[in-house]
Write a protein that binds this ligand. Structure first.
Ligand code: SF4
Length: 152
């Protein structure tokens, strides 16, 4: 399971397949990471610096975090893609097609001037989460997306 959690200035990534419940994150920010709660991550309960520090202690890389840089990432239901925008301008997208086996991510692209800001990772996580929430199988021919999908 892949999940994105967004707070004003940061986005947190969580990959349950990699999570080994060493609970380092819980110890670092117990009000934010609570495995008895659903959803178990609630970014509104901590400040960004504390959350960042707790995530840096995750021993498996199941958790990741990035600054948002004012960029919004959302799922576009009509086009079955995720898009990244800043001030209304589209600066990146992750595209998928559908076949009898589910969705296939075939393309992920971010404008060169926005590279290095984890936008592509946010786009791919957004696509995967959208498929998982709809219980649709998802695969990737895009090599970048495939690496995220097949990490475990
Ligand atoms: S520290 Fe990492 S591996 Fe451990 S419970 Fe938290 S997310 Fe999972």
């Amino acid at each position: 399971m892949h999940r994105l959690y967004v707070k004003d200035d940061i986005t947190v990534f969580w990959d349950s397949e990699v999570c080994r419940h060493a609970k380092q994150c819980v110890g670092g920010a117990p009000q934010v990471f609570d495995i008895t709660r659903r959803p178990w991550i609630d970014l509104s309960r901590g400040d960004s610096a504390q959350i960042w520090q707790a995530i840096s202690k995750c021993p498996t890389g199941a958790l990741g975090v990035t600054y948002n840089h004012g960029i919004t990432v959302e799922f576009d239901e009509k086009e079955q893609r995720s898009i990244a925008t800043i001030n209304g301008e589209v600066i990146g997208e992750c595209d998928s097609s559908a076949d009898e086996n589910g969705w296939v991510i075939y393309h992920t692209h971010v404008l060169p001037e926005y590279e290095g800001k984890s936008v592509a990772k946010r786009l791919v996580y957004c696509m995967i989460e959208a498929a998982e929430r709809r219980k649709v199988n998802i695969t990737a021919t895009c090599s970048y997306a495939a690496r995220i999908l097949n990490r475990s």
